[in-house]
Design a binder for this molecule. Structure first.
Ligand SMILES: [Zn+2]
Length: 235
């Protein structure tokens, strides 16, 4: 992420929809540049060929930008003190923080854990998308999980029954809002990366265990709604 043009990613996201093939493609699908990973992305194996430090920089920037956006928005628009979720951060495989009654984390996943009020992600999931799609993958996943944390803070009647699509919408609102606030900037290619990410993580991809994330078109549409209309359009 680096330079933003107004509605630039919205336009390209919509265009890119046609390029996504099925909801079950691995990250990058058939349209991606050749994979630089040494193992198939979905095996949960270690992805070696990633600049881990650069990736961690993006994770830190994504957390900071999304957190800062929601801090401002919550205090200014909701008139509430902002309590951020804890960032349990990166794990690998089953060694992530336990959530509720689950003793082990889910490999190759990213999660907002409501009982523990934290977000966490498998570094191998991040690395696979980072190498095969690009840095926008990191931003979207963190903004999406943060969206679930925001849902947990909303009055229940403001949380959509389509909670996953609403989280995508909140992710779009937060990333666009953070760009508007100068916290991040969008660079050419980000919008296509966002579309590829949403297509890759649509139903059947083991990003989460839930089956209601929606198909690629629904997810891209939800993200775009947040980009164009902001938080109000999502809730
Ligand atoms: Zn989700």
């Amino acid at each position: 992420m680096a330079m933003r043009t107004a509605l630039g990613w919205l336009t390209i996201v919509l265009t890119a929809t046609a390029c996504t093939t099925t909801a079950t493609d691995p990250p990058g699908g058939s349209t991606a540049e050749p994979s630089r990973t040494t193992q198939p992305a979905q095996t949960g194996g270690t992805v070696g060929a990633v600049d881990r430090e650069a990736m961690k920089d993006d994770e830190r920037t994504a957390v900071s930008a999304v957190d800062t956006f929601w801090r401002r928005y919550t205090t200014e628009q909701f008139g509430q003190p902002y309590q951020p979720p804890r960032v349990a951060g990166a794990y690998t495989g089953t060694n992530g923080p336990p959530c509720g009654g689950e003793p082990e984390s889910v490999p190759f996943n990213a999660v907002y854990c409501r009982p523990g009020d934290f977000v966490a992600w498998d570094e191998n999931l991040m690395a696979a998308g980072y190498s095969q799609i690009g840095d926008a993958w990191i931003y979207l996943i963190i903004a999406h999980e943060w969206g679930h944390a925001i849902q947990a803070r909303l009055r229940s009647d403001r949380v959509s029954v389509a909670a996953e699509l609403q989280a995508d919408c909140l992710a779009g609102a937060a990333l666009q809002g953070a760009a508007d606030d100068g916290l991040i900037a969008v660079e050419p290619g980000d919008s296509e990366e966002i579309a590829k990410t949403l297509a890759a993580v649509a139903d059947d991809y083991p990003w989460t265990n839930e089956s209601d994330h929606g198909n690629a078109e629904q997810r891209i549409s939800a993200f775009d709604t947040g980009v164009a209309g902001g938080v109000e359009a999502c809730i």
